[in-house]
Design a protein around this ligand. Sequence first.
Ligand code: SAH
Length: 252
Amino acid sequence: MKSLVGGSVGIGLVLVLTMNTGATGAEPAYQERTEERLAMVQDQLEVRGITDPRVLEAMRSVPRHLFVPAPLRDVAYGDHPLPIGHKQTISQPYIVAAMTQLLQLQSDDKVLEIGTGSGYQAAVLAKLVRRVVTIEIVAPLADSARKLLAELGHENVTVITGDGYRGYPEEAPFDGIIVTAAPERVPQPLLDQLRVGGKLVIPVGAYLQELEVHERTESGFTRRSIFPVRFVPMTGEVEKEPPGGFRPDDGR
Ligand code: SAH
């Protein structure tokens, strides 16, 4: 079941686009919609094995509807990703929760996200840790996420406009790194910026992608495959890598 859920991006998008009536733009921006969030957590997350109480609480509290374009706010709590413009998407709630849970974060941690998009995942992280740095390559998305996160009072998040391929050495090492756009191979700079015990949660692959968790140990890295997913491709410097070739973590 997990693989179906993880792989449902395309289907979700088609459904949602046909459901968009455009009739919801007039609702008050800060309308609470708490009941929908509670139902989302119960029906989409708890039943699929999200058990970390802190992650569940963060998912109950972040107003996801404010992170989607106004005409899609009605369907913001559905079990699917949604388009956010610039050919990008906000992930399905379950994927956000599953990736967050895989990071196994502590409240004093510092986390790096590559692919800010709407800023929703960053807001969820901001509820859980001391410091979040998030990098977005599409400037208008970075700008609107920065503005919304500030409006919501997330002072512990910094949105950087740029290519996240090389991570953020200025604040490395990180306790967790989460990547929400898929490279074909794991960028070595991201592995290098994990502290010992820190985890990188990342979708890897071209059309067929696998969600992977890489953990830095005293002697190297471990790699675990979680389930198949569909994310938008990572763009920028990663596209200049030669096709094929070796994966920096192969054989470990
Ligand atoms: N985490 C987001 C969803 C992200 S969609 C959310 O919660 O809404 C993936 C995002 O990664 C897109 O906005 C895309 O522009 C961005 N992206 C793709 N390649 C990137 C790169 N090299 N560096 C930073 N961001 C990148």
